[in-house]
Design a protein. Structure first.
Length: 86
């Protein structure tokens, strides 16, 4: 089962997404949530790095639940969350 104990997250300008990490025992998986998905979760978020990070923080539980639902152990190193996931 994947867990999200690490509260670190960063904005990736090239992917227009916030990156965060999950852990399945010793396995680490990267997740990216796209700007459009963050805007769906928080329509009034500022459209800049700070705004997207704040939107992530405000919706962390929902985002982590969606990330857990798309995760497949050992399947791949990173996962993308898009607006359709919400």
């Amino acid at each position: 089962m994947i867990e999200f104990p690490n509260y670190s997250r960063s904005y990736d300008r090239t992917r227009h997404a916030v990156r965060f990490w999950g852990y399945d025992s010793a396995l680490e998986a990267s997740f990216f949530i796209e700007e459009d998905a963050l805007r769906r979760l928080q329509p009034d978020a500022d459209r800049n790095e700070s705004g997207f990070l704040n939107a992530f923080d405000s919706n962390r539980d929902v985002i982590c639940a969606a990330a857990a639902s798309v995760y497949v152990r050992g399947s791949k190193g990173s996962y993308d969350l898009v607006a359709a996931n919400f």
